[in-house]
Design a protein around this ligand. Structure first.
Ligand SMILES: C[S@@+](CC[C@H](N)C(=O)[O-])C[C@H]1O[C@@H](n2cnc3c(N)ncnc32)[C@H](O)[C@@H]1O
Length: 221
């Protein structure tokens, strides 16, 4: 059953790809010289004023961040990506950050949200246990939460995270700086100095918000 479902999903993704690529090109052309705000790995999310992209058929506009982006340099005003970088290898993330830097306008910003491994480990070591809310939320999503150690196991193993790279604030700052980003800053979910990110974060107020890292960086003028 799962194999059949995975096969159907993969076929839909493949079938959608050329149309999704065309739709992205059309949306980009519609922006003229004004540039735009771009979301990466948005799944089904749509937002007014944003072009949302993903590799899945669930999203209208196709963009695989691990391949050269079909977007002019210095075109995009803001880039947002929520819970995506922990699904990509370090090398794929480096490619993502380089393409983000290339396509952003000078002065443009990127905001990345990902599980904060530093915060998780600190909480685990200080005896933090799952709140009832968090256990309920994760259980309802099909995750097995039996012991405190699941806090770590969940982050490292579940939801495809085993294939991706896991982050703390220092590692993310260092990798973003390495491709040229400056003005690195971390925020709580829902906080930003950039009005473009005022309503982007979807996990505000959920039990996992406190173990999420939100980082912003700017392409200098
Ligand atoms: C955990 S989901 C997050 C979805 C949404 N941003 C959210 O916060 O709920 C990770 C998303 O990253 C997308 N993704 C994975 N690899 C990608 C890639 N190479 N390029 C773009 N998106 C990718 C997946 O298709 C998926 O929709």
């Amino acid at each position: 059953m799962t194999l059949a479902r995975d096969g159907a999903r993969s076929a839909l993704n493949t079938l959608n790809r050329p149309f999704g690529k065309q739709r992205l090109q059309r949306r980009l052309r519609e922006q003229g010289n004004h540039g735009c705000s771009l979301e990466i790995g948005a799944y089904e999310t749509t937002r007014s004023g944003w072009i949302t992209t993903d590799v899945t058929w669930r999203c209208k506009n196709y963009l695989d961040v691990t391949r050269t982006w079909p977007i002019d340099s210095n075109f995009i005003s803001n880039i947002f990506s929520d819970n995506v970088i922990e699904h990509l290898s370090l090398y794929s993330n480096r490619f993502f950050f380089k393409e983000a830097f290339r396509t952003l306008k000078p002065g443009g910003s990127i905001r990345l949200i990902t599980p904060d491994i530093g915060a998780l480990v600190e909480k685990y070591r200080s005896g933090w246990t799952f709140s009832t809310d968090l256990v309920q939320q994760l259980s309802s999503e099909g995750y097995l939460i039996a012991h405190g150690v699941d806090l770590l196991r969940f982050a490292f193993q579940d939801d495809g995270h085993d294939a991706g790279y896991l982050w703390d604030c220092d590692s993310l700052f260092t990798e973003l700086s390495a491709v040229g980003f400056c003005e690195l800053k971390s925020y709580d979910l829902g906080q930003s100095d950039n009005p473009a990110f005022a309503e982007t974060d979807s996990r505000i107020g959920t039990p996992i918000a406190e173990v999420m890292l939100a980082v912003e960086a700017t392409k200098g003028q």
